[in-house]
Ligand binder design. Structure first.
Ligand code: CO
Length: 209
């Protein structure tokens, strides 16, 4: 198998173009990063964080996994969040899902897929929380899109429930959590308008005193 020469060539071209526009770009960036945003998105290759919001390297801190999940025991996601909030002091956390998500589709099926079923089970839980609304939607594609949206809303709540976010709010840090959905069909993002900016935006049982 070849050494992926085309990718290395494209990288050279990309780095040269950036240096051409701003010769000090990489030197400045190598010293520090000050991203204002943490992006929690799906691993899907069609939903690349930086490109779809037009941001350069250094401007957005990113965590991606299948179906943009925030699982309470996922040390990977929690570590990313802790670093982003406590060290980088990002001002916004964006949970971004997308319509037609393969993870959501798989969770809607009852097929066994192996290891990944343990991950998809968290999405099935979201289904269970909203079963009445989802069961009313008879169209399969629409039901899938609705679950994509509801899953984003649940993950926004999961972000808010962490000690990381609640402590940031308690300490007076300005931090907003947003839920967005992306359409692969037209490249457009939609704000689901579930933005949380303080502990009064979360349910009482999850709120630390
Ligand atoms: Co997806």
């Amino acid at each position: 198998m070849g050494p992926l020469k085309d990718l290395l060539a494209k990288n050279k071209e990309w780095a040269d173009k950036i240096k051409n526009d701003d010769p000090a770009f990489f030197t400045k960036l190598s010293k520090q990063q000050h991203p204002e945003y943490l992006w929690i998105g799906c691993s899907d290759s069609r939903v690349p964080a930086n490109q779809i919001v037009g941001l350069l390297p250094g401007e957005i801190f990113v965590h991606r996994n299948i179906a943009n999940m925030v699982v309470h025991t996922d040390l990977n996601c929690l570590s990313v969040m802790q670093f982003a909030v406590e060290v980088l002091k990002v001002r916004h956390i964006i949970v971004c899902g997308h319509y037609g998500c393969g993870g959501i589709k798989a969770a809607l099926e009852r097929k066994e897929n192996g290891l990944i079923d343990n991950w998809l089970r968290h999405i099935k839980d979201v289904y269970r929380f909203h079963q009445a609304a989802l069961d009313t939607e008879k169209d399969r594609l629409k039901r899938c899109d609705l679950l994509c949206e509801l899953n984003i809303i649940e993950q926004v709540a999961n972000v808010c429930h962490t000690t990381i976010v609640q402590n940031a709010w308690k300490n007076g840090q300005s931090l907003a959590i947003h839920g967005w959905v992306y359409s692969i069909e037209d490249g457009v993002l939609k704000d689901l308008e579930v933005t949380a900016t303080g502990s009064s935006d979360i349910s009482k049982i999850h709120r630390f005193k």
